[in-house]
Ligand binder design. Sequence first.
Ligand SMILES: NC(=O)c1ccc[n+]([C@@H]2O[C@H](COP(=O)([O-])OP(=O)(O)OC[C@H]3O[C@@H](n4cnc5c(N)ncnc54)[C@H](OP(=O)(O)O)[C@@H]3O)[C@@H](O)[C@H]2O)c1
Length: 206
Amino acid sequence: MKVAVIGGTGSFGTALAKRLVTAGYDVVVGSRDAERARATAAEIGAEGATNADAAGAAELVVLATKADAALETARELREAIGTTPVLSVAAELRFTPAGVLPTPEATSIAERIQAELDAPVIAGLHSLAAANLGGDEAPDEDTLVCGDDADAKALVLELAGRVTSGRAIDAGPLASARSLEGMTAVIVNVNKRYRAHAGLRITGVS
Ligand SMILES: NC(=O)c1ccc[n+]([C@@H]2O[C@H](COP(=O)([O-])OP(=O)(O)OC[C@H]3O[C@@H](n4cnc5c(N)ncnc54)[C@H](OP(=O)(O)O)[C@@H]3O)[C@@H](O)[C@H]2O)c1
């Protein structure tokens, strides 16, 4: 399956693209700059293209730009994406003296992206640190995925299960994305406190 990683030149996008290549996916790294995309892609055995060309060629589009550019990028790529399923990994964070917090918006970025697109939007992989994803081995942690479209969610659960050695867990409807995105703030606070790259492990689910 062909997966476009939009913003695939960043730390998370490159780590994900590399892991997807290892898992046997056909990957196209997207960037606002085609040359930058090709340079990153050449290092990991993928193709590189502009974000629009990458989205237009894919069967699954991962929006992996920096979080505060995700919504605008989705709007810009609306036509190129069409009805191709989209995975949103974005979590908006506020850095305060008290710690890292989610932004105060009532709805998740994933739901706001869904409102802009004809494509089904799935949210997930928020808790996978780029540092863990880009290591030699697939990260030994679970990952949570949510969404309203059963077929699109099945594609993303399959992908999530192939980029970790833990489990890909269905966390319910797209409305769960607000909580999944917010959990990123919790994990960043844990990372700061313990100088770690923490991940999640869900117990009691076989
Ligand atoms: N870092 C992590 O550990 C981690 C873990 C889980 C989820 N995430 C999520 O993954 C996403 C990417 O995180 P990151 O740390 O990889 O971010 P990043 O390195 O700051 O940015 C990723 C890419 O976004 C593109 N970009 C930057 N500004 C843009 C703009 N104004 N419009 C369009 N594209 C722009 C850039 O690509 P070009 O300049 O090449 O276009 C850049 O390489 C975020 O949504 C984040 O919440 C990150």
